[in-house]
Design a binder for this molecule. Sequence first.
Ligand SMILES: [Zn+2]
Length: 821
Amino acid sequence: MSRPSMSRTAPSSARRMRRVLGVAVAAATGVLTVAAFTHAPQVSAADDTEVSVDEAAYRVCAEAPVDAAGVDSFTVDAPVTGFVEARITASGDWDLAVFDEQDDVVAGSAGFGGREVATGFIDETTELTVQACLLDGEPGSTSVDLTFLELDDDEPTTSSMVEVDTPKRADKERLQQLDLDLTEHAEDDSVTVVLHGEEDVSTLREAGFSYETVVEDLAAESRADRAADEQFAAAVQESDLPSGRTTYRRLFDYEAEMKELVREYPDLVRPLTLDHLTVEGREVHGIEITTDVDDVHDGKPMFLHMGTHHAREWPAAEHTMEWAYELLNGYGDGGEFEELVGDTRTVVVPVINPDGFAISREAATTGSFGQFDYDMKRSNCSISENAPPEYQVGECADNPAGRLRGTDLNRNYGGFWGGPGASPIWSSDTYRGDGPFSEPEVQNVRDFHASRPVTTLISNHTFGNLWLRPPGVAETRPPLEKPLYEALGEKAAAHNGYDNIPSYELYDTTGGTEDWTFWTAGSMGFTPEIGTEGFHPPFEVGVVAEYLGREPAEGAGQGGNSAAYLEVQRATADPQYHSRITGRSPSGHTLTVRKDFMTATSPVVQPDGSVGDPILFPDSVESSYETDGREFSFAVNPSTRPVIAGRWGRDPTGPPQPGMDLENPPGIPEENKDLSFDGPLETTTFTVEDGEYDNAFAEVSVGWGNAETDWDVYVEGPDGEIVGSAATLNDPEEVLLRDPVPGEYTVYIFNYDQADPDNPDDWTGSVDFRGPDPKEIGETEPWILTCTDPSGKVRNVEEVVVDRGESVDVGNACRPSRGEG
Ligand SMILES: [Zn+2]
């Protein structure tokens, strides 16, 4: 397969360098082979281009080229067909836009400060206008750093979307090991997968999977979807969304709109820039929303609402942004929204992964077939130190590994990092990163969450109509809060019609957002997988219908995600979902709660499939409250981390059913390497009894004698659906059924391989039943509460243990004796 090749070119010399390369993925081994490869050296613009303004003036810089106060521009002939990148690093609030000859914006950047990175796709035949705008700050001059990359798209790859048959969980696991581009869209018996070219098709075929093609040519579909977007935008002046948007925003639209909201609602909205620059040097922006918004340490419970970790998941950012408008519109209308905005602090970060999003979103703008690779980018822009040296070069848009470069940000969180459902292979779409929290975009979320009282959280994704919560793998077991967590998910899912499930029920994942934000930091979070129509379907479907609850969305007529998010906003204000420390304190003091501890990753899966030790890393969470002399009520998360607090369980309602042997029919079936149900196999049955028994688990075990022999097992439930399987090289093969419904089960047993076919090794089997896991109460952990006076002197340190839903009165928090304040 051949990828688009790019080279860097200076605008003055218009040097043309081409790279010809072929990247083939030997998927099962994760080895990349390079047919031919030359890397173009990075060349910046010959002359840095100066812009100068004598006053600052607020405007939307990307709106149009203008000759006005606070604006300076220059023109340059586009030297290539490919990619343009314009950068400013200055003080004050600068914005940047690049226009083509039709005055359409081809690249833009509108961050809160003076660090702007505008990237986009351009055509060689055009003249570009580069416009810099000073919105705020000291007038003066700065230089625009302008570079170009040539894009050669003459050998496009056809990507398709297919539904792969995975009748049993082991098939899902086997499919994951192929390192293909899996979506979050899965049914009990299938997973939707993106196939990038012929290599992927043969990988899937050679592994013996059957599949049905859902979308023949994703690039063609993408073009049709964008055409539909244009029609929709032309047909309606304004949508019914809170913002009235009619098309997908681009990165600079999000930035400019957030800036506009800060201007429009100075008491309710404040800008937020997260701590770390992205791999490409972008700032990550959001806004905070509440009354008296600048009183950052106000002790209110906080709802962190995030979009687009995965670059191609555009509706995730749209839904997040619309929620900001909904709150602000609703506040003005009074009633419940006014109360919620006052009682909680909402932090909206629409795009966690701006580098990746800009590439995916801008690629589609051109509609170019050859750039489709970029349209489907999932990861961020980092390049693994595990990649071969020839791939550790260039920037995101001109890296020879193309879309394969980068880390899956929703596998990079440090809690449970490195376990199943995240790839250790650098070129995988689910690459977990070089270490726990190795990526700056994920460090951003961690550092923010670790320093503020985030008590509820949403991390939006597309697609699959799912409303996911922890745990990511079944073995972790549900947290103590399971009933509360599940019930809150149920309330939300009643509006969008999504499946309210722990995420392991989709498939195993580790290093996901809630693997740290919930298990370690203690906030209750959900990962919605929005819609069923793809990563960025037509705007009217993926955004308008899903957000408002209209046909064809599953939540049509039930309020959609708008109403689902409202449930989470209500939960943020509801004391049963967080913890509170109350008491008295003199004015102007700072109360801080903090915990320092070590966090463990999963036992780390190695590239060769072996499993190493977990990695331990130092970790902490903290939040602060500034006192005003009155009685205080400080919203915090539970003092004990859910990961050590224990696990949910229940009391048995009766004994488990006695175990039984499986009857082995006479003879031995022929070998059946395809595990085909039409081929030779043996069947036997067992019954799960109704009545006095409480069978929380049934374990079907099939074993034999010779280690070189292999039998495989599938179990079908009373309703005729496959409910479990074990098709590994293990002896015995074991199938664990959770809460098996009463009725007759059928066991299918396949002779996969005989060490000695002339002297075959037959199986023996049994079923054992087990009662429910008991509730497990682990350790209790305190917050360390510190009171610091206005001079910085520590007045009191004490331990406070507080559970979720609990409020603890500490009396005078600044006097150790806790006397009268
Ligand atoms: Zn996603």
